[in-house]
Design a protein around this ligand. Structure first.
Ligand code: GTP
Ligand code: SPV
Ligand code: MN
Length: 639
C-alpha cells in the first residue's frame, strides 16, 4: 500500500512544492528533518492550505492561538478564572464516533475477529487500505483551502524516555493544536529529540475548506464525511470531519491505544485504557495501581481521589492511558503517555473530585459546558456548590436563562475539561519518571447495576485475563451509543483495539506463561451496583476503602476467601468505620442464577464475536466458573 498522496493522481498536475516555498507563516522548516519535511510537502500538496505554521510549543504561540480562536468565535474567555476558555461545538460533533472509526490492514483478520455467520461484529471496524486511501484522497483534496496547516511534533510520554514515542500531527484546527499542547508534550524540543528517526504520521482536517469565498463558522466540521482511520502498516492515522476529543487529538486514542496496542504486541508490552495511581498507606508504604474502566466510568475520579480513610494518600500518574512494560527484574512498569486530562465535566465537583476542581481553575479549556453570567462555568453536579440565584446560566446549546425546569441538561453529558496534568495538586512525584512506576495491582471495572460485587480478586493471571475479557458496562455518552444498555466492553478497550481481540487476549495470556515475571494481582471492582434505582455504594473518596483491601491483598493479607466467582473480602475485612450505613450484604451478594446468566451472556459473546479466535485458556476459565457455580455449595462458599 502506498501513502495517501501517492495513490491517486489528484495532485499530480501540481508542481510538488517544497515546504520552503510554501507560505510558512510561523516557525522554522529548517528545524525539521528531511522525513518530516517530506511528510509536510506531500500532505500540503494534497490539502492545499493557504499557509503553514510549524508549532514550537511556546507560551507566545499559545497566546497567539488563543487570539485566533477568540476571533473566530470558537473560544470565549472565561474572566472568572485565570486563562480559561469556553468552546461550544457544532451539536453534531460532541463525542467519538465509533461507527466511523476504522482499522485498515491488508487482511481483515489482522484488525478484527470474524464474527459468527449472520452476526454483526462489534470489536472494531475494518476497511481495506487501498479503497480507504482512495476515498480519503477525495476528502482531503483541497480540504484545507483558505486555512492554515499546523505542524505539531509531539511526544507520547516524557520526551526522551525509552518508553515514549513521537508523532507529527498536521491539522487545520487551531482548537486541536491548543488541546494537543495540553494533552501531549508538543513543540520544537520534540522535533529535536526525533532527529531523523521515523514517526507516527497523523493527518487531521475538520473538512470545511474555505474555498470560493466561503466564510468560516465557530465550529467547522463535516459530520457526513467524518471518518477516523488507522493504517498500521504505514504507522499512519488520518482523521477527517470532526474536531472533537479522540477524533481529533490523534495522540490519544488513535495513537496511544489503537496503533499503540499494535506496537505493544509487536514489542512485548501493553498499551491500555487505564488510569495509574500511587497509593500510600498510613505506615508510609507506597504502591501503584492501574485500572481499566470504560469511557465515563470513573478513571479520572479514581486516579486523583481524596481518600476518606484517614492517613491514606492517593497520587495521580495518569487518568486515561497506561503504557506498561516488564523490566529486566520482571516488574511491570507504567508510564502515562499523556500530559493533560481530557476529563468528563458533569459529575465533577468538590464533593466528588476536589483535586480535579483545583486542577481546572486555570489554563483550562471547557467544551460544551454551560456558562454563567459572571464569566464562569456550570454543569450537572455543581448544583449544591454554586449559588445560581445570583447569576444566569446559558446552556451548552446557547439557550439563555437556562433552568433545570427546562428538563434539558445545561451541559452536554460528554462535555469536558482539557487541563495540564502538572497542575493537579496530587500529581505523583514520579509521574514523568522515564522508567515508569512499578505496578502491584491491575483493576477492571464497569457500570453494573446488578450481579457484580463491589470487589473481587482473580484466582490467577488467567482468571484475571478472563475478568478483563468478560467485562460489561452500561453505555455512556462518551460515544454515540444510546440508552443504558449493558454492553460488552472487554478490557475497556472495545473502541480502542488496534488489532484482532483474540490475538490481544493471547498477548495478555502470554505474560502468564513466562516464569520470570512478577505478575500484578488482578481485581474487578463495581462502584455502580444499585438497589431501588440508587447506588448502594457511596463511591468517590469512599473507594479508598476498597483500595485499602486491594493494597492489603498485595501484601498477602488474610482478608479474602475463595468463592466460585473469585476471592471475595472476608466479612468485615472492608473497613466501614465512619461510613454512613451501607447494605454490605447486598453489595457483595452473589446470586447463582444471575451469575449463570452472566456466564451465558459471556459465552454467547465469545461464540458470536470471536468464534475462531477464543483462546482455549479463556474458554477454560469460563467453563471452570460455570462448573464451580453449578456444583459447589454456594451458601458455604459465600458465607
Ligand atoms: P473517560 O475520560 O471517558 O475515559 O472517562 P473516565 O473513566 O475517566 O470517567 P470519569 O472519572 O470522568 O467519571 C465519569 C462519570 O462517572 C462522572 O460523572 C463521575 O461523577 C462518575 N463517577 C466516577 N466515579 C464514581 C463513583 O465512584 N461512583 C459513582 N456513583 N459515580 C462515579
Ligand atoms: C474516552 O472516550 O474514553 C475519552 C475521551 O477519554 S476521548 O478523548 O474522546 O476518547
Ligand atoms: Mn478514556
Amino acid at each position: 500500500m502506498r501513502s495517501i498522496t501517492l495513490l491517486r493522481n489528484v495532485y499530480r498536475p501540481l508542481v510538488l512544492r517544497s515546504v520552503r516555498q510554501l507560505s510558512v507563516t510561523y516557525g522554522n522548516p529548517e528545524s525539521l528533518s528531511p522525513k518530516v519535511k517530506q511528510f509536510i510537502d506531500e500532505k500540503a500538496a494534497l490539502c492545499k492550505p493557504a499557509a503553514i505554521h510549524i508549532c514550537d510549543g511556546s507560551d507566545s504561540e499559545a497566546q497567539m492561538l488563543a487570539d485566533v480562536l477568540i476571533k473566530s468565535g470558537t473560544w470565549k474567555k472565561l474572566p472568572k478564572y485565570e486563562n480559561c476558555y469556553l468552546a461550544r461545538t457544532d451539536p453534531r460533533d460532541v463525542a467519538r464516533v465509533e461507527s466511523k472509526t476504522l482499522i485498515c490492514t491488508p487482511e481483515q483478520r489482522e484488525a478484527i475477529p470474524t464474527p459468527a455467520p449472520g452476526v454483526q461484529g462489534t470489536l472494531g471496524k475494518w476497511q481495506d487500505p487501498d479503497s480507504m486511501m482512495e476515498s480519503l484522497n477525495e476528502r482531503f483534496n483541497g480540504c484545507m483551502e483558505g486555512r492554515t496547516m499546523y505542524v505539531m511534533p509531539f511526544s507520547m510520554g516524557p520526551v526522551g524516555s525509552p518508553l515514549s514515542k513521537i508523532g507529527i500531527q498536521l491539522t487545520d484546527s487551531p482548537y486541536t493544536v491548543s488541546s494537543m499542547r495540553v494533552m501531549t508534550r508538543m513543540g520544537s524540543n520534540v522535533a529535536q529529540a526525533l532527529g531523523d528517526q521515523d514517526f507516527i504520521k497523523c493527518l487531521h482536517s475538520v473538512g470545511y475548506p474555505l474555498s470560493n469565498g466561503r466564510s468560516d463558522v465557530p465550529w467547522p466540521c463535516n459530520p457526513e464525511q467524518t471518518v477516523i482511520t488507522h493504517f498500521p502498516e504505514n504507522n499512519e492515522i488520518i482523521s477527517f470531519g470532526s474536531g472533537y476529543g479522540g477524533n481529533s487529538l490523534l495522540g490519544k486514542k488513535c495513537f496511544a491505544l489503537r496503533l499503540g496496542s499494535i506496537l505493544a504486541k509487536k514489542e512485548g508490552w501493553l498499551a491500555e485504557h487505564m488510569l495509574i495511581l500511587g497509593i500510600t498507606n498510613p505506615a508510609g508504604v507506597k504502591k501503584y495501581i492501574a485500572a481499566a474502566f470504560p469511557s465515563a466510568c470513573g478513571k479520572t475520579n479514581l486516579a486523583m481521589m481524596r481518600p476518606s480513610l484517614p492517613g491514606w494518600k492517593v497520587e495521580c500518574v495518569g487518568d486515561d492511558i497506561a503504557w506498561m512494560r516488564f523490566d529486566d527484574n520482571g516488574v511491570l512498569r507504567a508510564i502515562n503517555p499523556e500530559n493533560g486530562f481530557f476529563g468528563v465535566a458533569p459529575g465533577t465537583s468538590y464533593a466528588t473530585n476536589p483535586q480535579a476542581m483545583e486542577t481546572i481553575k486555570k489554563n483550562t479549556v471547557f467544551t460544551n459546558v454551560a456558562e454563567t453570567s459572571d464569566g464562569g462555568v456550570f454543569w450537572e453536579g455543581l448544583e449544591d456548590e454554586m449559588d445560581l440565584s445570583q447569576v444566569s446560566v446559558t446552556s451548552w446549546l446557547g439557550q439563555e436563562n437556562w433552568t433545570k425546569e427546562s428538563g434539558k441538561p445545561s451541559s452536554h453529558p460528554n462535555s469536558r475539561f482539557c487541563t495540564p496534568s502538572g497542575q493537579c495538586p496530587v500529581i505523583d512525584p514520579a509521574w514523568e519518571d522515564p522508567a515508569g512506576v512499578p505496578i502491584s495491582a491491575l483493576l477492571f471495572g464497569g457500570r453494573r447495576p446488578s450481579t457484580i460485587p463491589l470487589v473481587l480478586e482473580a484466582n490467577s493471571w488467567n482468571h484475571g485475563v478472563y475478568l478483563g475479557a468478560a467485562m460489561r458496562s452500561e453505555a455512556t455518552a462518551a460515544a454515540e451509543h444510546g440508552g443504558k444498555v449493558i454492553m460488552h466492553d472487554p478490557f475497556a478497550m472495545r473502541p480502542f483495539f488496534g488489532y484482532n481481540f483474540g490475538d490481544y487476549i493471547k498477548h495478555w495470556l502470554s505474560f502468564g506463561e513466562k516464569d520470570n515475571l512478577k505478575l500484578p494481582q488482578i481485581f474487578h471492582v463495581n462502584w455502580f451496583r444499585k438497589q431501588d434505582g440508587k447506588f448502594i455504594w457511596p463511591g468517590f473518596g469512599e473507594n479508598s476503602r476498597v483500595l485499602e483491601w486491594i493494597f492489603d491483598r498485595t501484601d498477602n493479607a488474610e482478608n479474602g476467601h475463595v468463592t466460585p466467582v473469585g476471592i471475595l473480602p472476608k466479612p468485615g475485612s472492608i473497613n466501614t468505620e465512619g461510613l454512613s450505613p451501607v447494605d454490605m450484604d447486598t453489595l457483595f451478594s452473589i446470586n447463582k442464577e444471575e451469575w449463570l446468566a452472566e456466564c451465558d451472556a459471556v459465552q454467547k459473546y465469545f461464540n458470536e464475536q470471536i468464534p475462531h479466535d477464543t483462546p482455549a485458556q479463556l474458554q477454560q476459565e469460563l467453563d471452570n466458573l460455570r462448573s464451580k457455580l453449578k456444583h459447589e455449595n454456594m451458601e458455604a462458599n459465600l458465607g
